[in-house]
Write a protein that binds this ligand. Structure first.
Ligand SMILES: Cc1cc2nc3c(=O)[nH]c(=O)nc-3n(C[C@H](O)[C@H](O)[C@H](O)COP(=O)(O)OP(=O)(O)OC[C@H]3O[C@@H](n4cnc5c(N)ncnc54)[C@H](O)[C@@H]3O)c2cc1C
Length: 557
């Protein structure tokens, strides 16, 4: 079982030994031992779709694997998992030969970087100045990508390049560059950048100096690069949030230990009601993050045409939920959240630093919220159900449901429906038939909040340019409503779990709906009690694994 392997590697002297990884962090040296262990185990196979010979058939599997790695060390997960992000455009384009060749290299352990950002452009992809000009049958690349994860170590880098000097939405194309196949002196690495977190990762850059690449370096078609990147980002954003879940796991492991070890004023610290409530609130944030992430990982297969909205919601909300969770754990730990040399607790400061990157790269929280805000008019209530086909959400979120095959051709750039949130009324009605105590009242309040939000969205009209602040606020409320609907859908879909640890009495659902209502500005009754219950459960056996589901069957074998 992968999780057990990673645990074993974390023993003293192993490749995931915290002392070794801390030493790498302090020296800013790459965690090569841990990445090599993951290569030997075969993690790269899960970055390659099964149709190209790999083992990526279900996004929830790669999600669970990356979460497990991140729960031990986020930097290692960022450093290793980047290959999935770097290769995503190739899988999305589906070019047979290029994809098959890249698949072989990845499964042999080669890393792939993803170069979108440029020094002057930041999040604005249309401002990219790295140029690809035709040269006979091939192309010549000139310009820089920076900052880029694995830009130096990665043999391959997938870049977005300007192919029409005038730019614009059809002015860019994607190229997969094998750096080893370029002429000497035409590719230069930019120095590793010192960073606040993930210090040992290879955060550097790459400069192309009239570098010639062959015709088959082009991924997809000329002029379709921006669309290809926007579609690929939908997959990578869903994958990325596994890093947040792992960071949340790591922090709760430390919090649980502290709650059970620490004594204060002659009594166990866990007897302090506020400490339990804060711990429980922290648990609820992680479980809500998991509910949103899991729903997104299934949406990739079942409603890919809606993924532009679902991935933006997920990437905006999940890192935010977990960053808030880390802040709560930091408060709980007091000095031990700040001191880096206390045995068992030193890792907290590192994970808190490391996690900040998840809300920045692959589209920041604001960038994703802004994308969602711009698509709200297309998601307005009257349009819903226009495209809804296939099984209902409470069917495809059943744990044992076999997800539909991953089909990048079904991805779009503008969602016109959100099946998860659009099913809220139906889910609330289904909950009423078998509601755990108090959950029905919380769900009814969520439905009221959604109905009010619908009214505001119905009044929106598409506008050119960046969305105004009021629309950004609506988008944030939309994220909370979506999160509540995702939690409800998972509850309704999985009655078999209702008597298990976190599920019993609807505990996790009540905790998550309480958080959602608070996020929407309400003061749901009984909040302190439900968080106290969650905090108490953290101290019991269930606290060993704060998760709604176990590892997917295949990767736990
Ligand atoms: C450690 C690290 C690793 C990275 N790895 C990679 C990599 O592998 N590949 C890669 O291509 N890039 C990578 N990046 C770059 C990262 O994705 C960029 O930071 C990101 O593209 C944003 O650029 P910027 O930070 O310069 O912000 P800017 O784009 O200058 O944005 C400034 C601020 O405005 C906000 N903002 C920007 N656009 C909008 C909008 N439309 N609506 C609302 N708010 C907005 C941003 O959130 C930010 O707060 C990495 C960055 C770091 C720090």
């Amino acid at each position: 079982m992968f999780a057990r392997e990673v645990d074993a590697w974390s023993a003293p002297g192993g490749p995931f030994d915290p002392a070794l990884l801390t030493a790498h962090d302090e020296a800013e040296t790459f965690p090569a031992e841990a990445c090599a262990a993951l290569d030997r185990w075969g993690l790269p196979d899960y970055y390659v779709p099964s149709r190209f010979g790999g083992r990526l058939a279900r996004l929830d599997e790669v999600h669970a694997l990356l979460r497990t790695v991140a729960s031990r060390d986020l930097t290692v997960a960022v450093a290793h998992g980047k290959t999935f992000l770097g290769a995503a455009s190739v899988w999305t384009a589906g070019d047979g030969e290029t994809a098959a060749s890249l698949a072989r290299h990845i499964m042999a352990g080669q890393a792939v970087a993803w170069g979108l950002t440029e020094p002057g452009g930041g999040s604005d992809l249309l401002a990219g100045e790295l140029t690809a000009a035709r040269d006979g049958t091939g192309w010549r690349l000139t310009g820089r990508k920076w900052p880029v994860n694995n830009a130096t170590r990665g043999r391959f880098v997938c870049v977005l390049a300007r192919t029409d000097p005038g730019g614009g939405p059809r002015g860019f194309s994607v190229f997969l560059v094998d750096k080893r196949a370029t002429a000497p002196g035409t590719v230069r690495h930019l120095p590793k950048m010192p960073t606040h977190g993930i210090r040992s990762a290879d955060i550097s850059g790459v400069e192309f100096l009239d570098a010639r690449v062959p015709a088959d370096a082009l991924v997809g078609r000329v002029g379709e690069g921006l669309e290809l990147v926007l579609k690929s980002l939908q997959l990578t954003r869903v994958a990325c949030v596994a890093l947040s879940l792992g960071a949340g796991d790591h922090a709760l492991r430390i919090a649980r230990r502290f709650l059970s070890e620490r004594r204060l004023h002659g009594r166990p610290f866990s007897e302090l009601p506020h400490a339990r409530t804060v711990a429980g609130r922290s648990v609820a944030r992680l479980l809500l993050a998991e509910a949103v992430s899991r729903t997104a990982a299934r949406a990739v297969h079942e409603v890919p045409q809606e993924l532009s909205a679902v991935s933006a919601i997920t990437k905006a909300l999940v890192p935010t939920l977990v960053q808030g969770q880390l802040r709560l754990v930091g408060e709980l730990l007091g000095a031990r959240g700040f001191l880096t040399g206390v045995e068992g607790y030193g890792g907290f400061a590192k994970v808190e630093r490391d996690h900040q990157i998840v809300g920045i790269f692959d589209g920041s929280t604001w960038v994703n919220r802004s994308a969602l805000a711009s698509s709200l008019p297309a998601l307005r209530p009257g349009r819903r159900q226009a495209t809804r086909v296939g099984p209902p959400v409470h069917e495809w979120l059943r744990e044992e449901h076999e997800p539909a095959p991953l089909d990048p051709h079904r991805l779009g750039v503008m969602a016109r429906d959100n099946t998860v949130l659009g099913s809220l009324g139906d889910l609330v009605a289904r909950l009423a038939t078998d509601a755990p105590r108090g959950a029905d009242r919380l769900a009814a309040r969520l439905l009221e909040a959604q109905s009010e939000l619908d009214g505001h969205i119905a009044a929106l009209r598409p506008t050119a340019g960046p969305p105004p602040t009021a629309t950004m606020r609506l988008a944030e409320r939309y994220e909370w409503c979506h999160a509540g609907a995702a939690a409800l859908a998972l509850w309704v879909a999985n009655p078999r779990h209702h008597d298990r640890d976190w599920w019993r009495d609807g505990l996790w659902l009540r905790g998550c709906l309480t958080l959602v209502l608070e996020g929407l500005g309400a003061s749901p009754p009984g909040a302190a009690d439900v968080f106290d219950e969650l905090g108490s459960l953290l101290l019991g056996d269930a606290g060993d694994r704060v998760s709604l589901f176990g590892m997917p069957a295949e990767v736990s074998a």
